[in-house]
Design a protein around this ligand. Structure first.
Ligand code: MN
Ligand code: MN
Length: 466
């Protein structure tokens, strides 16, 4: 190398593809981790399914329900389940909690279609379920694809009936029909956002009538009979139900080189899975290691299962009570001493839509975990902006562990923007930095990530808990 080349290598932040930097052995590890991740995705398509799966994995790895523990000692592993939709877990550190915690926060809800409270109807001999979309979706992406039905009915007796239809090979699936191109002249003239009307996101669920023609709505009646025979429910039970319509696709390796994962719900189950795996390996951490698996992030984190609720504070207070540390105002102090990685996905640079991104400040697939110093939109409004001192600390940690990272922001200035749960925890006094896996087709029924970035994110969270 010439002197000038050396100088350039030393001074420039050269952005290299991660695949260029790794051994065959590591490629094998990456592929193995991704296969386990895809298993998780196929099992868990709703926040309830994720919370239950995470609980089971935690229990298999020595975590107990915090409720069942009276005293906590360093090395103890506990979890706190909030209404079957949010789960927090902790490994008690060697140091008192007062010294601060290391938190990795991800969310397990994903964009989807929810059933309305009175969803079932019949029109011209076809049976439908009416939906109301959840989170930011492009409505046209949800028509003409196979969909499955997941969720719970709760009867007035309190009995809970879980349903999952459309995932097994022999299950029926469901779909939302779209107009044939031959007759879509008017639809095709519309703006893309108006092409599919929200009130037309109706799921086709049946077509066979029951009984004879003296009775009306015989297709609807037949569907209710099938549901009653199998699950014991009646139409009124839809009112106390949470039924989610999700893509029936399975997670698959993508590309001739199998370097990517295509699947539904990777925002933010990709970071959630990495978060979980990292916590399982946090044995005897110096500071208490905490994982958040939150609900309702996609619709603003409100409600008692969202991060805006006080339930997380309650969880930490309980940790303080049971480690016998608690005293007035300690919780606030704990937060001020704590650090967090907000583990949420980032927009990956898509060469076909590069016009919405700025190439020097975008995240690239295969370039490692993607950090966003700040989020927000239009003049950083609503941003949680990580302090330079804290970003330096995380950079130092990643560089020492040889973990590949990149730093960008979500899109061009004034192009749009977004947020995560980072600001909610930062508002409590915690140092928070957004970092996660870059995604293509974010919020679409089929999202794409790089296996390299999944593995680097897992390694980053693991390092953070050490
Ligand atoms: Mn997200
Ligand atoms: Mn999202």
């Amino acid at each position: 190398m010439t002197e000038t080349e050396k100088l350039k290598e030393y001074l420039f932040n050269e952005k290299k593809c991660g695949w260029d930097t790794i051994s065959e052995e590591k490629k094998f590890e990456i592929d193995k981790f991704s296969t386990e991740y895809m298993y998780f995705l196929n099992k868990c398509k709703t926040e309830r399914e994720c919370a239950e799966f995470i609980k089971q994995i935690l229990e298999e790895n020595g975590f107990t329900n915090l409720r069942d523990k009276l005293v906590l000692l360093p090395g103890d592993k506990v979890y706190y389940m909030n209404r079957n939709k949010t789960i927090y877990a902790a490994v008690i550190g060697e140091k008192p909690i007062e010294a601060g915690m290391n938190i990795v926060g991800s969310h397990i809800d994903s964009p989807r279609l929810d059933l309305k409270p009175n969803p079932l109807y019949e029109d011209m001999g076809l049976g439908y379920l009416k939906t109301h979309y959840y989170g930011g979706i492009k409505k046209y992406q949800w028509t003409a694809i196979p969909l499955s039905i997941h969720g719970v009915f709760v009867k007035t007796t309190g009995e809970k009936i879980e349903i999952k239809i459309g995932e097994e090979e022999n299950d029926p699936i469901f779909t939302i029909t779209d107009l044939l191109p031959h007759l879509a002249q008017e639809q095709m003239e519309k703006k893309l956002k108006d092409g599919i009307d929200g009130e037309n996101l109706n799921l086709l669920v049946g077509s066979v009538p029951i009984g004879n023609e003296t009775i009306s709505e015989r297709v609807k009646l037949n569907i209710l009979k099938i549901l009653n025979d199998k699950y014991g429910i009646v139409e009124k039970d839809f009112m106390s139900a949470e039924i989610e319509i999700v893509p029936a696709f399975r997670a698959r390796s993508l590309g001739f080189d199998r370097s990517m994962v295509a699947a539904y719900g990777q925002d933010d189950r990709v970071c959630s899975y990495c978060n979980l795996r990292a916590l399982l390996e946090a044995t005897k951490p110096e500071k208490t290691a905490v994982s958040i698996f939150a609900d309702k992030e996609e619709i603003g984190s409100m409600g008692n299962t969202g991060m805006e609720s006080q339930v997380f504070d309650t969880f930490i207070s309980e940790l303080l009570n049971k480690t016998n540390e608690n005293k007035p105002n300690l919780l606030q102090k704990v937060f001020c001493n704590s650090k967090m990685l907000s583990a949420d996905v980032d927009a990956g640079m898509d060469p076909m839509y590069s016009n919405v991104s700025e190439k020097n400040n975008s995240s690239y697939l295969g370039h490692g975990i993607a950090m966003n110093k700040y989020t927000g939109s239009r003049g950083k409004a609503g941003a949680s902006d990580a302090n330079a001192e804290y970003v330096a600390e995380i950079r130092n940690m990643l560089e020492k562990a040889n973990i590949k990272y990149q730093m960008g922001e979500l899109g061009k200035v004034d192009e749009g923007g977004g947020g995560t749960i980072a600001y909610i925890l930062a508002n409590k006094g915690i140092d928070v930095l957004d970092c996660g896996v870059p995604v293509l087709s974010m919020h679409a029924p089929y999202e794409v990530v790089s296996k390299f970035d999944i593995y680097e994110s897992y390694r980053a969270y693991k390092e953070f808990f050490k």
